[in-house]
Every structure is written in C-alpha cells, then in structure tokens.
Design a protein around this ligand. Structure first.
Ligand code: SF4
Length: 250
C-alpha cells in the first residue's frame, strides 16, 4: 500500500518558547473543566467571532499558534518577509496578543478533536447570531499532519451543524489529501493542494481570468463604507469548496 509522507514533528521558527504569559491561569482552568459545558466556556474565551473588519460575526476564528512561530515564516512558502507579516508586527507591538496566540496553540495541542467539537457545538447552541463557519488561523499556520487530521475530524463533526471549517495556508509542503471536509485556500503556488488558490496581485488587471476578486476587497476599492461591505460569512467564496480562485489587490 502506498504511504503518504507524514510530517509529525512540529516545525517551529525562532528559539524555543520557555514561558507564556497567562499559561498558569489557562492550565488551572483546564484542570477545573469537567463537563462539555466547562470546556465550551473555556474554548469560547479563545475564539473570536468576527474581527471587526473583514470577517463577520457568523464566523469563529481560532489560531493554531502565533505568527512568530509560524512554520512558514522566513521560508519561500510565505509571500512576505518574516518580519513584515502583519500578524508578526501586531504581536510585536502588543505582548498580550503574542501570549494569547501561544496559549491558543497550547489549548489546541491539549484538546482532542472530539472535545473541541463538542465544546464548539455547545457554544453554537448558546449563540444568538447563527454560526456559519470556523476560520482556522488568522495568524500562524498548520504545522504538521496531526493538525490536518485533527482539523478534518472537527470539520466532519461541525458539518452536521452546517458550520464549515476553512483555512488559508502556506503549508503546501504537507499532505492535505485527508482534508476532505476542510475548505483549504492555498496562498502560494508550490503545490496544488486544497480547493483553490487565494492570491494577492499588484493591480486589478493582474487578476487571472479564471479567478474572481474578493468581494470585500472589490467593495473597499469602490469606496463602499467599511460597515456596509460584504464580510466573510455573508460571502462564501473562500468558505465553500466549489468557488474559483480568489484574488485580492495589494
Ligand atoms: S472572497 Fe469572500 S470569503 Fe473570501 S476573503 Fe473575500 S469576502 Fe471573505
């Protein structure tokens, strides 16, 4: 039987992380979790519903780690310099952001897919706004094949709730073939993984014929006020698997 290459050791950039602000508090809360309800309140503190700009409140965001530790930082898989990444700049400017992202990674590594999905389902049952999607990683990226397998199991479960798991990734060196329920937007050209390419171009004329422009980006360029633009969650081009390549103008 053919075997696929499995990357099982997390690739981290930068030095080891010996301490994370707030980790004692997180560990204490984890020790106190006994029920799905308990886990759901903890997980909800590490989810963001929308981001006040492009991502709407119907979409939960969870990061698998900090941009500082991103496996693609300073590699040719990433389209920007490792110190220019907007998320790295944010983490550098605000220490609490870096610590929060690292605690998210810690929580992700401690939670099995079943517990994560059960907790997420309990959160959805309490939401007033209809949950439509779970976006994985605004900063950082998928580290190894175990992340992909866990994401796939979560996505399978959340599909029953009509919540689609999607991600943007430069981790094109990994084997994504098992990610059938996760919508994968690849952000480089190295390998043809996922549902589509999500690319940044210099100008509107550079958008390839077989790609469509990001709806939010198009409205921004047309001068639509920020609070009237179509957000991710209302637009599903990157969320569903059957849309063409998507482009944004830098
Ligand atoms: S194309 Fe739609 S889903 Fe994708 S980033 Fe733009 S607004 Fe969001």
């Amino acid at each position: 039987m053919a075997t696929s290459p499995a990357v099982v050791v997390p690739e981290r950039v930068g030095p080891p992380v010996p301490a994370i602000d707030g980790i004692d508090g997180l560990q204490q809360r984890m020790r106190e979790c006994e029920t799905t309800e308990d886990w759901s309140f903890l997980l909800n503190d590490y989810l963001q519903w929308g981001n006040n700009t492009k991502v709407g409140k119907h979409v939960a965001i969870f990061n698998l780690g900090a941009a500082h530790d991103c496996p693609n930082r300073f590699t040719d898989r990433c389209q920007v310099d490792g110190d220019e990444c907007y998320a790295v700049v944010d983490e550098r400017r605000y220490d609490y952001v870096l610590a929060y992202m690292r605690r998210q990674e810690y929580l992700w590594d401690c939670l099995d897919a079943q517990t994560f999905a059960d907790a997420f389902e309990a959160i959805c049952a309490r939401k007033r706004v209809e949950p439509r999607a779970l976006k994985i990683s605004q900063a950082g990226d998928v580290r190894h094949s175990a992340d992909i397998r866990k994401l796939e199991r979560i996505a399978q479960r959340l599909a029953d709730l009509d919540v689609q798991v999607f991600t943007y990734t430069a981790s094109t060196h990994l084997d994504w073939s098992g990610a059938e329920h996760v919508t994968v937007n690849r952000s480089n050209e190295h390998h043809e993984i996922g549902a589509r390419r999500y690319l940044a171009v210099e100008s509107e004329v550079a958008i390839p014929e077989d790609a469509v422009r990001c709806v939010f980006d198009e409205e921004r360029a047309a001068g639509v006020p920020s609070d009237e633009r179509t957000q991710c969650g209302e637009c599903r081009l990157c969320i569903d698997a059957d849309a063409p390549d998507v482009a944004v103008v830098k």
